[in-house]
Design a protein around this ligand. Structure first.
Ligand SMILES: Cc1cc2nc3c(=O)[nH]c(=O)nc-3n(C[C@H](O)[C@H](O)[C@H](O)COP(=O)(O)O)c2cc1C
Length: 165
């Protein structure tokens, strides 16, 4: 049993969750930036993490998963600035199921991640009221993912491992 935790991150939030998940994995394991892997070969279980960018799973992540997921046990973790429980999150979780369709989909963890200040500043300057509203919400994301989210990610990792044993 060998597990890979791989992730994309721009400001460190998703990496924080990746490290929490990695810490809970029993047995042989690797943690790698998705930029540094070329496939999922040699792993029985793969955790793939990413931030939501412009209302979707980043294209490089969904493409990589679709091309490599066949026959693999796979779970996802994502961070987003959108408040937890908001409507779009369900659709993003649904998208993870879709991109894993040729593999064995095990679940998706999601939590809020801090919106970086330069992005808040950029959004606040936008003429688009939707973008501006998103920027206004930015300060409420400060400090996320916090210790309680990190703990939930650890519990998620344990639950996923129990499914493949
Ligand atoms: C360019 C950009 C676009 C983003 N678009 C969204 C979005 O559409 N919805 C959302 O909830 N969060 C959005 N975010 C916020 C990130 O998903 C969130 O801050 C995430 O935790 C960043 O993870 P990272 O630190 O691992 O890069 C965006 C962030 C950036 C930088």
């Amino acid at each position: 049993m060998k597990t890979l935790v791989t992730y994309m991150t721009q400001t460190g939030n998703t990496k924080k969750i990746a490290e929490a998940i990695y810490g809970e994995i029993a047995g042989e394991k690797d943690i790698k930036d998705i930029k540094d892997i070329s496939n999922f070969e040699g792993y029985n279980l793969v955790f793939v993490g990413f931030p939501i960018i412009q209302f979707d799973i980043p294209e490089n992540v969904s493409k990589f998963v679709k091309e490599n997921v066949a026959g693999k046990n796979i779970a996802f973790f994502m961070t987003h600035a959108t408040p937890e429980g908001a409507e779009p999150i369900q659709s993003w979780t649904g998208s993870t199921k879709d991109i894993a369709a040729s593999g064995n989909y095990l679940g998706t963890f999601e939590c809020q991640g801090e919106l970086a200040q330069p992005i808040i500043d950029m959004l606040m300057k936008s003429d688009d009221p939707n973008m501006k509203a998103f920027g206004e919400m930015g300060p409420s994301t400060k400090g996320q993912p916090d210790a309680s989210r990190v703990q939930k990610a650890k519990e998620f990792a344990k639950g996923i491992q129990a499914k493949v044993k």
